[in-house]
Write a protein that binds this ligand. Structure first.
Ligand SMILES: [Fe+2]
Ligand SMILES: [Fe+2]
Length: 212
């Protein structure tokens, strides 16, 4: 069975792979002239990269070496706009399983520091799966993908973001997905969970690792 350190090194690659896949999804939406969904996934990609870099920093802090891995080819072709969203949800569910396995490995090894480090990611995955699920559900109801509006508040950080900042990880903002529902003509606002780094606010991690 793989050790916690081995699983974490592998997870660095998984997070970079998720980042690259989200770039491909963003570019596909971009090519379909769906700029809001494109922008959303460009930002999601950055978030996954930040996850990878948080793990890199932790591994360095523990005095271990971390070779940065290459990644497998990502999927670039989709038949309709639902497919990349379904792929994103499946990806988030898979990452959740990875993070759960990491937590279990740390606990089995009596690695309190490793266990504590994974807690933030467990909470993050609950929100990532929920938000991607919401986005997919909204997309399935939308008759026109242009009806999906995603916006990012100019100011203000949510509870999770403040907790993350206190723990020295990137400050994150919460975007909103809005759907103007044409059949009922009733605007629906749904808050979705992905949080975004705010590089300009110079978090502790950002200062330590450099700008990313
Ligand atoms: Fe992630
Ligand atoms: Fe994610």
């Amino acid at each position: 069975m793989a050790t916690f350190d081995e699983l974490l090194a592998r997870q660095v690659g998984n997070e970079f792979a998720a980042s690259q896949q989200y770039i491909a999804v963003a570019v596909w939406f971009h090519g379909q002239d769906l700029p809001q969904l494109a922008k959303h996934f460009y930002r999601q990609s950055l978030e996954e990269r930040n996850h990878a870099m948080m793990m890199v920093q932790y591994i360095l802090d523990r005095g271990l070496k971390i070779p940065i891995p290459g990644i497998e080819p990502v999927r670039n072709d989709f038949n309709n706009a639902e497919e990349p969203l379904a792929l994103a949800l499946a990806q988030e569910k898979e990452v959740t399983e990875n993070i759960e396995a990491l937590f279990a490995a740390a606990r089995a090894e009596n690695d309190a520091l490793g266990e504590q480090f994974m807690l933030w990611f467990l909470k993050e995955q609950v929100e990532e799966v929920a938000s991607m699920s919401t986005l997919l559900n909204i997309a399935r109801r939308a008759e026109n993908f242009f009806d999906i509006k995603i916006s990012w508040p100019a100011k203000g950080l949510g509870t999770t973001a403040r907790m993350a900042m206190a723990a020295g990880v990137p400050a994150l903002r919460k975007p909103r997905v809005e759907l103007s529902d044409p059949p009922r003509n009733q605007p629906t606002t749904v808050s979705i969970a992905p949080r975004l780094p705010v590089p300009s606010e110079g978090t502790q991690l950002g200062q330590r690792i450099g700008s990313f």
